[in-house]
Ligand binder design. Structure first.
Ligand code: INI
Length: 156
C-alpha cells in the first residue's frame, strides 16, 4: 500500500486555541482526565495562554456548552471530559445517551473537532482504571484525537 496517497494529521498543537469542557460531577476522576489532556496538549506545543477550561455541572450539560463554544468560532477544537458512573437507577443510561449524542451532533453541526473524553463506567474501579492507571488516561486520548482531527481537516 506504499503508493496510496495518504493524508494524516500531524500531532502539532502550536498556534491552536483549544477549549476543554469538564464536569464537576465525579471531579476526583475528571480532574485526572483534565490533567492528562492539558499535559498532552502542552507537550505537543500548545501555549497555555491559548487554552481555556470551562467547568459544567455534569455530563448532561456538556453538549450545550460545547455547542456555544463551537458557535463562537474562537477555538480550533474542544475536548469534552466527564465521567458517568452507573448507579441503582436507569439515570445513567439517559445521561450517557444524551451527552454522547449531543456532543456528536455538535461536532457535525459546527465542523469543530470535539475530543470525546466521557467515561461511561459500570463502577468507580472502571473509571479509576481509565483516568491515569491500568487502562491509560482517556483525557489524553480525547485530546490526541481532537488534535489529529484538526490537522486532518486542514488538509481536506
Ligand atoms: N453527571 C455526571 O457527569 N456523571 C454522573 O455519574 C451522573 N450521575 O450518575 O447522575 C451525572 N448526573 C448529573 C447530570 O449530568 C446533570 O448534571 C443533572 O441531571 C442536572 O442536569
Amino acid at each position: 500500500m506504499n503508493s496510496v496517497t495518504t493524508i494524516a494529521g500531524q500531532l502539532d498543537a502550536r498556534g491552536l486555541k483549544i477549549a476543554i469542557v469538564a464536569t464537576r460531577f465525579n471531579d476526583f476522576i475528571v480532574d485526572r482526565l483534565v490533567g492528562g489532556a492539558v499535559d498532552y496538549l502542552e507537550r505537543h506545543g500548545l501555549d497555555r495562554d491559548s487554552l481555556i477550561l470551562v467547568r459544567v455541572p455534569g455530563a448532561f450539560e456538556l453538549p450545550l456548552v460545547c455547542r456555544k463554544l463551537a458557535a463562537a468560532h474562537a477555538y480550533n477544537g474542544i475536548v469534552a471530559l466527564g465521567a458517568v458512573i452507573r448507579g441503582a437507577t436507569p439515570h445513567f443510561d439517559y445521561v450517557c445517551a444524551e451527552a454522547s449524542k449531543g456532543i456528536a451532533q455538535t461536532m457535525l453541526d459546527s465542523g469543530t473537532p470535539i475530543g470525546f473524553g466521557l467515561l461511561t463506567c459500570d463502577s468507580i474501579e472502571q473509571a479509576i482504571e481509565r483516568a491515569g492507571s491500568k487502562a491509560g488516561n482517556k483525557g489524553v486520548e480525547a485530546a490526541a484525537a481532537m488534535l489529529e482531527t484538526i490537522r486532518v481537516l486542514e488538509q481536506l
